[in-house]
Structures are given as structure tokens and as C-alpha cells.
Design a binder for this molecule. Sequence first.
Ligand SMILES: [Zn+2]
Ligand SMILES: [Zn+2]
Ligand SMILES: [Zn+2]
Length: 463
Amino acid sequence: MTEDVDNWEEDLEEDAVISLVIKNLNIQKQHFSELHPLAKRVDSDKLSTSAFRQKVALPCGHQMPADYVVAWFKYYLKQKNTDFFCPGFNDVKRKTCGAKLSYQEICQRIPLTDKQREFLEENLAALVARRLFDFKTCPGCRSYVERRDRSNLCVNCTICTANMKRTYYFCWNCRREWKGPANNAVRCDNNGCGQRARTSDPLKPCKPEMKKELLRKEGEDIYPMKDKSPDRKRLALLINNVEFEHINDRIGADKDERRMERLLEGLGYTVVTLRDLSALGMLAAMRDFAQREEHVQSDSCFVVLMSHGDASGICGVFDSLSSDDEEDIFQIDDVFNSLNTPNCAGLRDKPKIILIQACRGDREGSVDVTDGGPRDRRGKEHREKDFCCLRSCTPDTVSYRNEETGSHFFKDIVEIFNEHACQDHIEELFRKVIKKFKEKHPHQMPCKERTTLSKKIYLFPGL
Ligand SMILES: [Zn+2]
Ligand SMILES: [Zn+2]
Ligand SMILES: [Zn+2]
């Protein structure tokens, strides 16, 4: 048992390092009102909307909505980046600003809610800790265990060992209780360990002959799509509003998000996913996305919006059911305007595919007479081309998003794209989605909107 004593001393040392890291991240402990005297705190977890709606001035000179900055920071964390990079467009350099800010600098500028702070700090700490140490969760007790010997997959969990009153080892590779001799760099003796679990990609690839044949037959009527290469840079923007200040959270929407990310990545797009934006945040996201220099090297783009909505548009996270002062609605018109010919040179003549899951929530009773359609919806279509848009425009939210499995809309889109994108063009894929709704979901009917395609869009998955 002398071994254990040695380990124990090492443990203390390492714990000290981790707690120091976390302490350093936790620098901002002043009371909220001292930092932002103009903003009133509503309750422990929610900030006054007006405080959060103020634009934040960054040292690079860019100003942007606070929720937009937070959403980007979360995105960077997801990419395993501990810093924030300004997503604003630099007019002089004609490219995305990219000025770097640390978490501390963000904290000094934005009145983070306790929840946001907790989320960011926990994720930052885990990222930093993981850079320093080799961590995984123990399959027995779910606690973090560090692997000391990087050449051995057999790892001891002290918590499980104490609980089970026998030495417990698990396999770093397959995350099951260890089987076989206690030293192995390649695999344990559990079935299947060491073999790559190749979950087959559900997205059916397009065969090169098929592409050739399609181009030969209808080449003139197909949008030019670039072949896979390092020079091809496809971008997709996904905005997913899940947690709302006044309206019900959209439980299950994370499933839609992951499903769509996987599909779009499979189709060769780099997906920028931003969560929980206000209407101003969404507008900033659209405008910055339209300016991304990658579009020049792209052949198309996807924009996916997921939120509550009403007749006039898509709900930002601060929208309120009861009060007009607290209206936070993003106009779908702004998606089209941001990406149209005058405003998005990089995507000129290239197809832009818009998917919107926005429902009416609990609003039936309060929708006013403008129900027939948002004002000012038409009139700009001549500036607009090469768009296609599919919406799940239905009156009742709750029945169309399963809290366990996500929405029918994205589930069906992903299933149909996976199966048929290898041979069908987008409008045919949309037709198949609509047909599926007609057959399977009698209460909901997605609809195509503002589609201005002059050619067919084939996605040629895998090519
Ligand atoms: Zn900037
Ligand atoms: Zn354990
Ligand atoms: Zn194993």
C-alpha cells in the first residue's frame, strides 16, 4: 500500500494547481450594481433586459449586443478555445476583426448573469484542466479521473476502489471495467476494445458517376458546386434559442441542433452555432455572417434558425408574452436582406438555403390583426435571388417539438437529406419533407417561402 501514499501526495499537488487555475478565472467578484450602476438586478439569475440589451463596446472599437458576445464565447468554448475573438467586420481590412479578448476582459464589459458566469467558468476550468492533465470520467462513479501513465490504458479509480472494497480498474479506451492483464497500451480484453467503433455516416454519399451524369444532362440548370478541396470554404450559421427569459424554454431543441450540425458538417459546411440570442443579437449574427470572407471561396450557404416565433417574426430570448415594451422579435426579412445581392457580395449568384423552425408558442390568444403576414414583407424581392427557404410555420409550438427527440421538422429534414441528397436537388428534398408531413404529421405543414432559385441545387454529399 506504499504506492497509494505516494499517489496521495501527488494528488494534493495537482489539486492545488487546478484550484489555482479556477481561482484565477474567478477574478470578478464585485457586486453587480457596482459594475453596472445603470442596470437593476431583477433576481439572482435574471438580468434586467435593458441592461443586457445595451451594446458592448469592445477595445477594437466594435460594438455589439451583449448576448451576441456571450453566444460567441460559448461557441469558442465548444471549439475548445478559451479566448473570445471579435466576430465584427473590419471595414478597413475587409475581413472579420478577430481581436482577442480573455474571459476576464469580457467580464469587465458585460453584466453576466450568475448562470452565464457559472457556465462559462465551469467550461473554461474544464478546458484548462484538460490541457494540463489527461482526464476522463470513470464509468463506475462518473467522477473525473486523471491518467498518470499515458502508455497504459488500465486506470485505477480510487473512489470506486473505496466503494467496492476491491481495486477497481477501468479501460481508458472503451470506458468499461478493465479485463485482462493490468498493463496494456493498446486494448483491454473486453469485447470490441481497441477496434474503431465505426458508426457509419447516415448521409449517403453521391457517386462521382452520378454527379457527372447530372451535370451532363442538366448542367446549365444546376448551380455550380465546388469539388471538395482545402480551397472550398463552406459556412453555415445556426442560431438556436433555447432558454428564454419570459417564455418557456425550448426543451429538446439541443437534439435538433446536434442533428443539423452533423448533417451540415457531413455536407462540408463549417457550422457556426450561436445559442440564445436577442433580436439584436440575431441581426448582428446575420450581418457579420454575411461579411465572412470565406463565402468568396464557397459555393453556397445554409442559415438555420430555431426559436419560438409569432406572425411577425422570430422571438429573441427577451421576448415577453404580456408586454409590448418587452417585445424582442427578429424579422425574417432581415435574413434575406443580410444575404441579398447588395449586402453579401461573397454569396452573389450562389444558393442560400434557409431553414426556420419557429412556432407560435402560446400566442394564439394574443396575436393581433397583422396575422396575415408581417408588414413590409414584399417589395425587396428584386434585390434578392438564389434563395430557398423552408419554414415550419405552424400555430402550436409544444406539440411539434418532442422534448426527448426534438422537432419533426429537423428530424425529417435530416432523414430525407441523409437518404436522398445524393440524388435529389433541394426543392425535391423539400417536397419529400412536405410529403412526409402530409402523411405522418397531420397537424403541421412546413412551407417553402421566398424561393428565388433559377437553377437546381444539388449538394453532392461527399464530393
Ligand atoms: Zn472587433
Ligand atoms: Zn470510479
Ligand atoms: Zn477497453
